[in-house]
Design a protein around this ligand. Sequence first.
Ligand SMILES: Nc1nc2c(ncn2[C@@H]2O[C@H](COP(=O)(O)OP(=O)(O)OP(=O)(O)O)[C@@H](O)[C@H]2O)c(=O)[nH]1
Ligand SMILES: [Mg+2]
Length: 305
Amino acid sequence: MQLSSFSCGHAAFVGAPNAGKSTLLNRLLDHKLSIVTPKPQTTRKKITGIYHDDRSQIVILDTPGIMDPKQALHESMLEITRQSLREADVIVALIPLAKGDEPFDRKFAEELISKWVKPAGKPFIIALNKSDLVSGSIVADIQNELVDAYRPLAVPALSALSGDNVQELVELIRPTLPLDEPLYPDDILSIEPERFFASEIVREKIFILYGREIPYSTEVVIDEFKEQHENDPRKKELIRCSIIVERNSQKQIIVGAKGAALKKLGQAARLDIENMLGRPVYLEIFVKVRPDWRKKKNLLKSYGY
Ligand SMILES: Nc1nc2c(ncn2[C@@H]2O[C@H](COP(=O)(O)OP(=O)(O)OP(=O)(O)O)[C@@H](O)[C@H]2O)c(=O)[nH]1
Ligand SMILES: [Mg+2]
């Protein structure tokens, strides 16, 4: 490692919900750090992922997607995105080239760049994601259009899902970072604690296993995370967590007939948590009703928003 030419700094990934910000972070780290689901508004808090190579360390800030806030929870999520923009040395505005059958969303691109990215006053790259979904011929037109309209540093088209052109993004980010020593040791991928990622894994399974309003009405809180392995590596980790819902009817859906749905959720979450920790886990899940928790500032605060 040549420190005199080493670059280190923060890159904020911002964009609409479902743009693929978390997928891109995971692809760059070659590790599933941030939870990903087909549903929008999956990420609710800042996820810090640390990318390392011989010449650079990029502290990547994955953020909640930008939407019209409808409740206090959304306001808190947007505040997290604002904070990440303030911390950033460079901003990567991630815009999907296609959304299902819908074409490129110029209106959202305009809002994202003019209301969020430009006011931050940082160098920015517009990264066009999901290039695997569109034909190459339309991409060049969109790239030219965005260059003319917003004058970004660059407009790479990439696919976070396939990895196509993702390394090029690193090459574009690197020169924007300060020449500086690495901030973190080269063997860590994140600075958030394991218990946070355990709660995220439970949340991811809720997003995947339940439909309608359930994912959006739930929060996951880790009540106890006991490392019991210190003297005996075979001993299980004990994790007690609560799933918070807004209404009793939602609690019934989460639990399911004879507890079957909750059991399925618990199994899926436990496997992923064990994978993350590399140790066996005993996962206990409670379901609690907290009416209108998404609108209550004090509850939101206690859940880390
Ligand atoms: N086809 C395709 N799908 C992608 C690509 N990148 C992400 N996706 C999919 O898009 C969906 C959303 O991805 P996420 O990474 O969760 O998106 P996000 O921007 O983090 O979304 P929020 O956390 O809700 O703001 C998932 O189903 C991904 O598999 C891509 O390059 N191509
Ligand atoms: Mg996300």
